[in-house]
Design a binder for this molecule. Structure first.
Ligand code: UDX
Length: 439
């Protein structure tokens, strides 16, 4: 099959590279010419484990190429994927669909033979209808169908998620389009990956419902963690105890500083707006959005309280600033809420992140960026763990004790056992586990 992938962001680039690895001929298109030039040289604009090898390998054998010219990619394609960004619209939280609609209008005059136009971007219910209308308006005689095919990949494990998904969701009632989609995902069906074939609206909603459910699960366990802290209970045992119930499931029950990233915050907000617009407001998702936003700020208060009520004049070492490990993505990262509050309260921040410091440097002024974990800790009063990168999971505590004069550790990701840190003479605060556990 021949595929045109419009948009070389996270979803577009990973999907394009993976489809080419499935054996299809893929041309990725992006308006950003410097990005395309870099990709042609094999330079990957995002940090994603394994993507470099996948892109370069498929480019070398000629299955994957890059262009900034839509006319090179669209006319011969069996499927044209729209994988452009749908950020939150400033002011009202609705998904900004201007890039999606612009892509639809630009594709329209280039369609030649029968083509399936696929929305892979996360788009609100009804967007597929509008994409179809726009194409039909520009090219009344074009032979095409519009299908929805949401992507569920996670940053940091994007390739694995794409190639071994729990399911593939396709929204179109056209049998012809369904056949094209089946052919595209054929390698997955050989492994019996379930395919949910449904209509476009349902498929569009599945993506939002899935992300909102996961965000709710995280927010729920975070609230349970707050209770744990008050009653000397242990959140990890609560998560295990409920997660072993097959109806609940053990994943996404890791309590932390609140979810961030490119999807959950934007998609929960957009779902709230859609729900309001269609007259079926959702109270649960509204609360999740509110509780999570509040939680990120409250994490700064947690650190201040752990420090005895003030961080004024204190040196705080922060390990990890990205919204999760194995990514350089800073979007809606809890660090963006926590660090400015600590600075405002008079603390000096030294920080290190294995991949996110370039972007973080722009977003978090006044932070002293360091070379590695131990360099960051040097001279600190307080150590705060914000992101659970693997390399922070095995700190040598005797080295930490030598490097920092303070004896306070606040671990917002629960990557240590309280007693092991306490044994080294530190006061250790974490999430949903009482400091008394360390004794
Ligand atoms: C998410 C969805 O998982 C994915 O299916 C969708 O396509 C895009 O959004 P991503 O944002 O890359 O993926 O990361 P994910 O691993 O889901 O984590 C999202 C946020 O939730 C992070 O801030 C993470 O720290 C937080 N999280 C996740 C928790 O706090 N606890 C958990 O148990 C899981």
């Amino acid at each position: 099959m021949r595929v045109a992938m419009i948009g070389t962001g996270y979803v577009g680039l990973v999907s394009g590279a993976c489809f080419s690895d499935f054996g299809h001929e893929v041309i990725c298109v992006d308006k950003d010419e410097s990005k395309i030039e870099a990709l042609k040289r094999g330079e990957i604009p995002i940090y994603e484990p394994g993507l470099d090898v996948l892109v370069n390998g498929n480019m070398r054998v000629g299955r994957l190429s890059f262009t900034s010219d839509l006319a090179t990619a669209v006319p011969d394609a069996d499927a044209v994927f729209i994988a452009v960004g749908t950020p939150s619209r400033r002011g009202d939280g609705h998904a900004d669909l201007s890039y999606v609609f612009a892509a639809a209008q630009e594709i329209a005059p280039l369609l030649k033979d029968y083509t399936v136009v696929v929305t892979k971007s996360t788009v609100p219910v009804g967007t597929g209808d509008e994409v179809e209308r726009l194409i039909r308006e520009t090219a009344p005689d074009a032979a095409f169908d519009v299908a929805s095919n949401p992507e569920f990949l996670r940053e940091g494990s994007a390739i694995e998620d794409f190639k071994r998904p729990d399911r593939v969701v396709v929204g179109t009632t056209s049998e012809r389009a369904r056949d094209v989609m089946r052919e595209l995902y054929r390698p997955l069906f050989l492994r019996e990956t379930p395919m949910v074939m449904t209509n476009r609206q349902t498929s569009e909603l599945i993506k939002y419902a899935g992300n909102a459910f996961l965000a709710t699960k995280i927010t729920f366990i975070n609230e349970m963690a707050d209770i744990c802290e008050k009653v000397d209970a242990n959140i990890q045992d609560v998560a295990k105890g409920i997660g072993l119930d097959g109806r609940i499931g053990k994943l996404f029950l890791h309590a932390g500083p609140g979810y961030g990233g490119s999807c959950f915050p934007k998609d929960t907000l957009a779902l709230v707006k859609t729900a309001e617009d269609v007259g079926a407001p959702t109270k649960i998702v509204n609360s999740v959005v509110e509780v999570n936003a509040d939680r990120k700020k409250r994490m700064a208060t947690k650190i201040i309280e752990a420090a005895g009520g003030s961080v004024d004049g204190k040196k705080i070492a922060v390990l990890g600033v990205t919204f999760k490990p194995n990514t350089d993505d800073m979007r809606d990262s809890p660090s963006l809420d926590i660090i400015p509050i600590l600075q405002e309260k008079g603390a000096t921040i030294r920080a290190f992140d294995p991949a996110g410091m370039e972007e973080a440097g722009r977003l978090l002024p006044g932070v002293d960026w360091c070379e590695n974990a131990y360099d960051t800790i040097a001279g600190a009063d307080i150590l705060v763990i914000l992101t659970e990168w693997n390399e922070f999971r095995a700190l040598q505590w005797d080295r930490v004790a030598d490097a920092m004069p303070g004896r306070l550790v606040v671990d917002l990701r629960n990557i240590y056992f309280p007693h092991e840190v306490a044994r080294q003479g530190f006061t250790y605060h974490s999430i949903g586990r009482s400091p008394a556990e360390a004794e």
